[in-house]
Design a protein around this ligand. Structure first.
Ligand code: ADP
Length: 474
């Protein structure tokens, strides 16, 4: 046997330190003594170590115990606080909330659910809560059986909404409209039941019904108003037409009497009065006819290309006598560059006649200017917006002007802004018609005025038929 190989190397080192290097033969007495002394010291020190170790183990296990206790208390307090918070949130919810087991039996319910169902939580526990509801998704839809709903939610983990449900009333009582939501309750990643939320929709459904009733009433009222307006327009159109024929006859006879009785100043003056009154009446009837046609959507535009300066000259020619009658000077400024315009020639002419007629009516010994110019509105090519060309016709006068606070009434049918002394006959329809014509052509009328200094009415219309009107142009 190889003794050195069989002895532990640490023991070997100790033996060598004690002078025992020969393992085959017994050691000397001193060496043996020394060996025993070393062994005994080792025993003594290991006993001390064990004692120290045991003590420290004992200490740390007691500390661990205290620590654990501490932790337990803290987590219990926290848990209790968290439960309190959750309970107060549930109690504060205005919607009813029940936790149902996978079989649909109630496990807990908040205050709103207890109030809605009319039972306290203890009585509710274990009951099939869903059986007290008719679960319906849409108005007039078929009810869904509670077991089916439960299967989808607790079995397949789906969330379901039944907005048009109702809580079945007690025998003899009424059902109550509610909205229900069923959500799967997941705990630790596993389906453990269903959270059932139910909201009382009594008020909102009543409001909804009222809204529906109001909107139906409004639609009916609108239809009635439209029918009435159409009837009125047709009536006005017929009456106006019927009145125009006898009026034209009256005008013709008045003119005849004036000519034939020119030698009798009294008769001629009376005939002139008849003619003026009939003229005014004819104008009124024509205007009413136009307004009623516009209102009924029966006024059609007839687009054509024509030379704007020629139209301006024609209008100025027609109005020259009337303008001068008031001691006014008429200045026309329409350079040939204004060029061609595509619009409804007759209606544009009528609008300009209206403006010039007003300027003449409300100006005495002043100046009236009819000015036209072309305006080009640059497009935005990168936005696909092409440049547009407009023609502006402005009628300036140095007449009585219009107070700022009355400007809003200018285009209101039948409204005349000046006081009785300033009315100068008229119908109060001219500006309404003018504005409607301009709008129909894709343009607008604007006005600036100063009392005592004069007014400026401007018509701005597209030089070409606007794309939106192109298809309706005749
Ligand atoms: P009418 O001239 O037939 O009364 P309008 O609709 O053309 O009807 O005009 C409405 C009112 O606007 C006029 O009665 C007048 O009070 C005011 N008005 C129109 N044009 C002028 C103007 N150039 N200067 C002052 N007042 C004007």
């Amino acid at each position: 046997m190889n003794a050195e190989r069989d002895v532990h190397r640490l023991l070997l080192r100790q033996l060598r330190r004690l002078g025992i290097s020969e393992l085959e033969a017994p050691p000397s007495a001193e060496a043996w003594q020394a060996l025993l002394g070393a062994v005994s010291r080792t025993y003594a020190s290991s006993e001390e170590d064990r004692y120290l170790l045991e003590r420290s183990l004992d200490l740390s296990s007691r500390e661990m115990q205290a620590l654990y206790e501490n932790l337990r208390q803290v987590s219990e307090t926290r848990l209790a606080a968290e439960r309190d918070r959750l309970e107060s949130v549930l109690a504060a919810l205005s919607d009813g909330l029940c936790v149902l087991g996978p079989d649909g039996t109630a496990q807990s319910a908040n205050a709103a659910a207890q109030a809605l169902l009319g039972v306290d939580e203890a009585a509710l526990r274990g009951q099939q809560v869903l059986a007290r509801f008719r679960l319906v998704t849409i108005e007039g839809g078929d009810p869904v059986a509670p077991e089916v709903a439960l299967g989808f939610v607790a079995g397949l983990g789906q969330t379901l909404r039944y907005d048009r449900s109702c809580l079945l009333g007690q025998p003899g009582g009424e059902d109550r409209p509610v909205a229900c939501v069923l959500t799967p309750l997941m705990l630790g990643g596993t389906l453990r039941g269903v959270v059932f939320v139910v909201s009382d929709t009594m008020n909102s459904r009543q409001a909804e019904r009222e809204l529906l009733r109001t909107s139906e009433a409004l639609v009916e009222a609108r239809d009635r108003a439209l029918r009435a307006s159409r009837t009125k327009s047709v009536f006005l159109a017929n009456v106006s037409h019927e009145l125009r024929t006898p009026l034209n006859a009256i005008l013709g006879y008045a003119e005849l009497i004036q000519e034939e009785w020119a030698h009798n100043l009294e008769v001629a003056a009376d005939a002139e009065k008849i003619q003026r009154a009939a003229d005014h009446l004819l104008q009124l009837i024509n205007d009413i006819l136009d307004v009623s046609k516009i209102e009924a959507g029966k006024m059609r535009l007839e687009f054509e290309a024509f030379d704007a300066p020629t139209l301006v000259d024609a209008v100025a020619g027609t109005m020259a006598t009337l303008v001068r009658r008031g001691g006014n000077q008429l200045i026309v400024d329409c350079p040939s560059e204004v060029g061609t315009i595509t619009a409804d020639r007759t209606k544009l002419g009528q609008a300009l006649l209206n403006l010039l007629g007003n300027a003449a009516k409300f100006t005495r010994h002043g100046t009236i200017r009819l000015v036209a110019r072309r305006e080009v509105e640059p497009g935005t090519p990168w936005l696909g917006v092409a440049a547009r060309s407009w023609v502006v016709f402005a009628v300036h006068d140095t007449g009585i002007g219009i107070p700022t606070e009355r400007m809003g009434e200018l285009f209101v049918p039948f409204s005349q802004v000046g006081d009785a002394s300033q009315r100068q006959g008229g119908t109060g329809l001219g500006l309404t018609i003018t504005r409607e014509y301009c709008r129909m052509m894709g343009g607008e009328v604007s006005v600036t005025s100063e009392v005592g200094r004069g007014s400026c009415f401007s018509i701005r219309v597209p030089a070409d038929v606007p794309a939106v009107l192109a298809h309706s142009a005749v």
